[in-house]
Design a protein around this ligand. Structure first.
Ligand SMILES: [Zn+2]
Length: 198
């Protein structure tokens, strides 16, 4: 079992932090093409963190899955997933209630024809940009806990970043997958936080 700290976003953030919101897109929420149970529940929690990040002038990154129409990750092409997050489709949009500021830095992934990209760090240049901005610690939430959040957290640790998982701002594809992902993220040195709302 792993421990979770309580964190008030307005107290927790410091100047060398960044917030990374992973794939909070319509297709990953109930009613979407690849719905994650209770996926929309991450939105109000992340909105608290976004508001605190904006006030603290901490950069907000939002990754999006952004596939070409016949992507190899789709089951019709022999892949693992139903058709989802097709470029410029309604389902690929960020959740409409996610209050991303105009200053949000969008990280686009899943665009390659020859392979899928789960991690927001995977050949996107994100690590370079974080270093350029002097970021030392990242707070990560979004969808799905056992797929793209997991991959992003593990890469953040590989990049030597202090890594905080906002545990109440993520949901897994499967419960067992979520538990496995938590164990892997913990072993990689990520820490888990629960949002403490005053
Ligand atoms: Zn995808």
């Amino acid at each position: 079992m792993y421990s979770k700290q309580m964190s008030d976003p307005r107290q927790a953030l410091r100047p060398s932090d960044a917030l990374i919101i992973v794939d909070v897109q319509i297709d990953f929420c109930p009613g979407g093409a690849l719905p994650i149970e209770d996926g929309q529940a991450v939105v109000p929690v992340l909105n608290r963190w976004i508001a605190a990040a904006v006030d603290a002038e901490i950069p907000v990154f939002a990754s999006r899955d952004w596939h070409p129409r016949h992507h190899l990750s789709f089951s019709e092409a022999g892949g693992e997933w139903p058709v989802h997050c097709v470029q410029d489709s309604q389902g690929a949009r960020f959740h409409p209630e996610l209050t991303l500021p105009d200053s949000t830095i969008v990280v686009t992934k899943g665009v390659r024809f020859d392979r899928d990209q789960y991690s927001a760090f995977d050949q996107t240049g994100l690590a370079t940009e974080l270093r350029k901005q002097g970021v030392q610690r990242v707070w990560i939430g979004g969808l799905a806990q056992d797929v793209c959040v997991r991959a992003t957290v593990l890469d953040a640790r590989r990049e030597g970043l202090e890594t905080m998982v906002i545990a109440d701002a993520t949901r897994p594809v499967t419960r067992a997958g979520g538990e496995r992902a938590n164990e892997e993220m913990r072993q990689a040195g990520a820490r888990f936080e629960i949002t403490d709302l005053p």
